[in-house]
Design a protein around this ligand. Structure first.
Ligand SMILES: [Zn+2]
Length: 90
């Protein structure tokens, strides 16, 4: 499992194989591993916000979902939710 560094101006979705710019921060906590105040963060593009959120929520880990600062307006991301095919690597 890779753990890419997160650069402030290059926030990319945490979903496997996705390189879309992140729009959301999903903050979660695994009570078996983490103290209650600890927060892990996954970044999600508009496309993966729901699937990553459901993954965490199904396990009871999800604590909050916050829009990333500096992200485009809601109108902007609803127009750009389609990812580009053909650029993915496994
Ligand atoms: Zn994504």
């Amino acid at each position: 499992m890779t753990h890419p560094d997160i650069a402030a101006d290059a926030l990319v979705c945490s979903a496997r194989g996705c390189r879309a710019p992140a729009r959301w921060a999903l903050r979660w906590n695994n009570p078996r591993l983490h103290t209650p105040e600890r927060r892990k963060t996954w970044l999600a593009c508009a496309t993966h916000r729901s699937s990553l959120g459901e993954f965490l929520d199904a396990r009871g880990f999800l604590r909050e979902v916050a829009p990333l600062a500096g992200s485009p307006t809601l109108e902007e991301w609803t127009r750009t939710t389609e990812s580009q095919p053909g650029e993915r690597e496994e």
